[in-house]
Ligand binder design. Structure first.
Ligand code: NDP
Length: 442
């Protein structure tokens, strides 16, 4: 059943999320990244909405061509080139891997080749920038708003297609979820793992590519723009490229592990993932780099080192916390966490067909400090990206505000799910590990 609060939030997001993205990007394009100036201009009558709209670049054939080629290229890399990275990179898990068991008892197979797609794309990008010169490395920045229209078209098309597919030709009918509320189903999705053919998995493709492969390219394009405009790339821009680059590389290095995360394991595929991956992620996760094109901040060495340390420590916590749980679950607790046997709580749950299963919740390592310390590490990294931009404008801080809301909401959503799944065992666990994100605080 869909409660009123969920429905109101969904309607709000469906109506306003595309406007929020537009507002941020337009503010940079027309108001030097000030979020307040457009409002002041409108309230003072200096500008009308139509003036702002008329100054906004429209969809162009060039942008449509670039975007179509980009997505088609990523589809080819995903579908046509089986992974070869796992054959020569020690420790990397790629190639055909199994996902988690779905509520209907299906175990999907995935071709994990995101790292390879990322490497090929970036090798070609640098080859073009330094040798072939077929297009300028500023191409993404130069077409940023026309590309926004293309990303929206794809985001809406894929979400609508996923909805129709869920009704008429689902990949696995037993894993479909119909709430009876059109808006909820459109937003949160009907099908669990929509696919075309054996290998084209919507969630894996849209979650990682084109958005996350593009993330580092978008940052590189911003750095190239700084070089073109000011004759140099600032240390803040390098920091953003490096810290976000580590995050993106980590994502692809651990793509097989992501098959076990909430996005792939529990969320259905609808507008939230489809449009979010096409538009929200590439446009709003890259705001710091965009801001630095308009405001090239050169940090003093102490600040730059401080931000780098915050970002790296955040990343370490994020990775190690995730690694501890992964190791614990893979070995069924037969491993060492911080040199000791892990402590845990035995728990059980029932599947839809009434079968009883057993599981374990770890209460030592980072999982003994807080129930979602991985999110805390993620938030520290996010704050580091924002701090590179200094304190003149609030726009670059959108990311940390958004991530705090996203991860707190995700934490509550996950705990609600875990409570429904494990019942009294979950209560026992929360009494052993009482804090969610920050020990002693929340
Ligand atoms: P988690 O990796 O924290 O997984 C939560 C699940 O882990 C729970 O549902 C439960 O699943 C299991 N679990 C919970 N507590 C324990 C425990 N003590 N011991 C063992 N298992 C436990 O959540 P996500 O999938 O959301 O996050 C994965 C990573 O991705 C995070 O680091 C997050 O920061 C990052 N992320 C980043 C986003 C971004 O936009 N940048 C967005 C979303 C996530 P079960 O049913 O198996 O028991």
């Amino acid at each position: 059943e869909v409660d009123w609060f969920s429905l109101a939030s969904i309607l709000f997001l469906l109506m306003f999320a595309p406007l929020i993205v537009y507002y941020f990007i337009m503010s940079c394009d027309q108001y030097q990244c000030s979020l307040i100036d457009p409002v002041i201009d409108l309230l003072m009558g200096n500008e009308h909405l139509s003036d702002i709209w008329n100054k906004t670049p429209t969809l162009t054939y060039r942008a449509a061509g670039i975007y179509t080629l980009w997505v088609a290229f990523q589809v080819v890399l995903y579908v046509c080139i089986p992974d070869f990275c796992h054959k020569f990179l020690p420790g990397y898990v790629g190639g055909v891997q199994e996902g988690a068991i779905t509520p209907a008892g299906v175990v999907n197979k995935y071709e994990i080749n995101g790292l390879q797609a990322w490497i090929i794309t970036h090798v070609l990008w640098f080859a073009n920038a330094y040798y072939f010169h077929c297009f300028s490395p500023t191409i993404i920045f130069d077409n940023w708003i026309p590309l926004l229209w293309c990303a929206n078209i794809l985001g809406y098309a894929v979400s609508t297609f996923a909805m129709i597919k869920g009704y008429f030709f689902p990949t696995n009918a037993k894993d479909c979820k119909f709430t009876g509320n059109f808006f909820y189903d459109y937003m949160m999705g009907i099908e669990f793992n929509p696919r075309i053919g054996k290998w084209f998995d919507f969630k894996l493709f849209f979650n990682g590519r084109p958005g996350i492969v593009a993330w580092t390219l978008i940052n590189l394009s911003y750095a190239a723009k700084q070089q073109e405009l000011y004759g140099q790339v600032t240390n803040s821009m390098i920091l953003v490229n490096v810290l976000q680059g580590i995050y993106v590389l980590d994502f692809f290095w651990n793509e097989a592990w992501y098959l076990k995360t909430i996005d792939i394991c529990h969320d259905h595929f609808g507008w939230y993932l489809g449009w979010g991956d096409c538009v929200w992620l590439p446009y709003l996760y890259t705001l710091q780099g965009l801001y630095l094109v308009y405001h090239p901040v050169q940090l003093c060495t102490a600040n730059a080192i401080g931000i780098l340390m915050l970002g790296l420590i955040g990343y370490y916590i994020f990775r190690m916390t995730n690694h501890q749980k992964d190791l614990f679950r893979r070995t069924n607790g037969n491993c060492k966490i911080w040199g000791k046997k892990p402590e845990y709580i035995e728990c059980s749950y029932m599947s839809v067909d009434g079968t009883k299963y057993y599981s374990k919740l770890m209460t030592s390592g980072f999982w003994g400090w807080a129930r979602h310390f991985n999110y805390t590490g993620d938030l520290m990294g996010s704050l580091a990206y924002c701090l590179t931009c200094g304190f003149d404008h609030i726009l670059p801080y959108f990311y940390i505000v958004y991530m705090t809301i996203l991860l707190t909401h995700r934490c509550i959503r996950d705990e609600h799910r875990c409570f429904s799944k494990y019942g009294k065992d979950w209560k026992h666990y929360t009494s052993e590990v009482p804090y969610r994100l920050i020990p002693g605080v929340f």
